[in-house]
Write a protein that binds this ligand. Structure first.
Ligand code: PTJ
Length: 226
């Protein structure tokens, strides 16, 4: 995927950073991530214009599952790259289309996310008009800029201390390929039983959920050193 320029060079470094945190989780979905995913599902289902932001890593790791999730919600897919060139946007969009995605946004993006310099700040109508944006593996500057722009941000990030994790309204601290099917299952359940989901979302606090997952990681680290 890196040879084809779908994954950026730094995408491999980002992946390695993620793996390091995944060892602290024991490469398993922690209860905090399941909770965050259930709350996130509810917000995605009740959103007016939900959008899933797709970058090179996301397409390469979980392209098919992301498409299934987008259909289940339903949400638009927008290719939005940190290392943005029109050529890479096309490559990632074409790759998603080869997996079955339809109406992928992101090419010839004419909008801007305020506060981000060109070309990182460019986006298409999907993200620009979205009320809820799911950002798997997002860069911190952009997550913060999306928040400032008034979006409800749902992040998937293995690092519970990243600026993205801290900026988001809901952070699912889990590995992307584990998190997406869990999120999709919650989306289906939330559509069937909206009242229960609305109730279970009450009182969710992202900061304390992140603190709990950090404690879990620290606990595992201490156990391993005994
Ligand atoms: O394709 P592009 O040009 O949009 O570039 C994408 C990357 C990922 C390179 C870019 O957005 C970037 O540099 O992101 P960061 O700032 O490295 O943030 C990525 C975050 O995702 C880090 O906090 C990682 O720990 C986390 N992460 C990495 N791999 C996974 C992950 N989280 C969940 N699942 C993973 N597999």
């Amino acid at each position: 995927m890196m040879d084809k320029d779908i994954v950026a060079r730094t995408g491999l470094i980002a992946h390695g950073r993620g793996e390091a945190f995944d060892y602290f989780l024991g490469e398993r979905t922690p209860p905090e991530a399941s909770l965050a995913a259930s709350v996130a599902a509810w917000h995605l289902v009740k959103a007016r214009n939900p959008v899933i932001s797709v970058n090179g890593n996301v397409a390469a790791l979980a392209g098919k599952e992301i498409i299934k999730l987008s259909r289940a919600i339903p949400a638009r897919l927008e290719v939005n790259l940190f290392h943005r060139t029109e050529a890479r946007v096309n490559l990632v969009a074409e790759f998603m289309e080869s997996l079955g995605a339809e109406n992928v946004l992101g090419r010839n993006a004419r909008r801007r996310i305020p506060g981000l310099e060109q070309p990182r700040g460019r986006c298409a109508d999907g993200i620009f008009n979205a009320d809820v944006v799911l950002v798997p593996l997002e860069d911190g500057d952009r997550a913060q800029a999306l928040k400032k722009f008034g979006k409800f941000v749902i992040a998937i990030d293995l690092n519970p201390m990243s600026r993205t994790a801290l900026a988001a309204d809901i952070t699912i601290v889990d590995e992307l390929t584990r998190a997406i099917p869990i999120l999709k299952a919650h989306v289906r359940k939330a559509k069937k039983d909206p009242k229960r989901y609305a109730k279970s979302c009450e009182g969710f606090d992202n900061r304390s959920n992140l603190l709990s997952v950090r404690n879990r990681m620290a606990g595992r680290l201490m156990e391993a050193s005994r």
